[in-house]
Design a protein around this ligand. Structure first.
Ligand code: PMV
Length: 351
């Protein structure tokens, strides 16, 4: 019998949304209530590296090791990814009798985040994107990043946007089976080589309310939410895609900040309310406002996900002002650390 070990590796980057995904219309398939846009932080230390292997010599059940720790693979999200990828593999095996029957073999997945997990960054996006592409490579699937995004989305919604580098839109889609809820490239990172991001690690603690349960309570209780999904986000989507196409930082920055504020307003309007921002987060907002006021235009933009850590976008030419002022104003605070994230490299997603 064939006891050979088949394997393939890949990496996927962390992405930070500038138009936020918040709300599921189908929690099982991770179908969102609105479209979203992200910027991929393509610096090499903010990636998940994943190796997928399969062999008849492995123990019968699938295993997943993340940062050397065994993870439960029985969860519905992980199972959905495995099932979809095995189905695609079995279709090509059915068409070519000479292909080894990898779809029937147990999988062994080994993942490492090469950024500190303690940075409190959403690692599930990079994690599921890398897991899906590593298995797709192992199975030699002829699938495009957009096709793989449909599968990664089922692991973690935001993961679908980590299949591309640069500027990525997740189109919400309208179908109930999720076949049109996919990520597409808006522009490669090389389109806007002066874009930079700074991460303020305000707290490395795990977030209080998970995105999954937070979204559920918001959808069920917030009245502001409906207006956001139906009116605010569609407007921001159009403005953001245009700002990216035109490399218009002022517009990009203003929409990014308004989006973050709209998302956190909806969290506050959730009942009981969800607070992701803390006092250091709010101080960071003030600092960015001061920088922009002094510059007489928007040269820095903050955004916050489901936690207190800030990501501040700016352009290379303003590095001294932005990074200098932020550090000067906040550097003394406890539990605070900044990281420079270059977003300039091209969408160098190796396969
Ligand atoms: O993909 P999830 O379930 O981790 O949700 C991510 C939600 C936000 O980070 C707050 C927004 C986004 O679009 O990434």
């Amino acid at each position: 019998a064939d006891t050979k070990i088949y394997q393939a590796s890949t990496t996927a980057p962390v992405n930070i949304a500038v138009v936020k995904y918040w709300g599921k219309r189908d929690p099982k398939l991770n179908l969102p209530t609105n479209s979203s846009v992200s910027v991929t932080l393509s610096q090499s230390d903010l990636r998940t590296h994943t190796t997928a292997a399969c062999s008849s010599s492995f123990p019968q059940s699938d295993t997943l090791l993340l940062n050397s720790e065994n993870q439960d693979t029985s969860g519905a999200r992980t199972q959905a990814c495995f099932r979809e990828l095995r189905f695609l593999r079995s279709s090509i095996e059915a068409a070519d009798p000479f292909l080894p029957k990898l779809s029937a073999l147990p999988l062994k997945i080994v993942s490492e985040n090469n950024f500190p997990t303690a940075a409190g960054l959403a690692s599930s996006a990079a994690g599921f994107a890398a897991l899906v592409r590593a298995i797709a490579n192992l199975y030699e699937l002829p699938a495009s990043p957009t096709e793989l995004s449909r599968i990664a989305r089922q692991g973690s919604g935001s993961a679908c946007r980590s299949l591309f580098g640069g500027y990525v839109a997740w189109q919400m889609g309208t179908k109930t089976d999720g076949s049109d809820s996919l990520a597409v490239e808006v522009a490669p990172a090389s389109h806007w080589p002066t874009m930079r991001a700074l991460i303020l690690v305000v707290s490395a603690e795990k977030k209080g309310v998970s995105s999954t349960s937070g979204m559920q309570i918001t959808v069920a209780t917030s009245e502001l939410f409906q207006r956001r999904a139906e009116v605010v986000v569609p407007k921001h989507m159009a403005e953001m895609e245009e700002a990216i196409r035109n490399k218009d930082f002022e517009k990009f920055g203003q929409v990014t900040m308004k989006e973050s504020n709209s998302f956190h307003a909806v969290c506050l309007d959730t009942f009981p309310p969800i607070f992701y921002l803390n006092d250091v987060s709010k101080a960071a907002i003030r600092v960015v406002e001061d920088i922009n006021k002094k510059a007489g235009k928007t040269i820095a933009a903050y955004t916050f996900d489901a936690g207190p850590n800030a990501v501040i976008y700016y352009e290379e030419e303003n590095i001294a002002v932005v990074a200098g002022v932020v550090k000067g104003a906040l550097g003394h605070l406890d539990g605070w650390e900044s990281r420079d994230i270059s977003a300039q490299e091209a969408g160098d997603l190796d396969s």
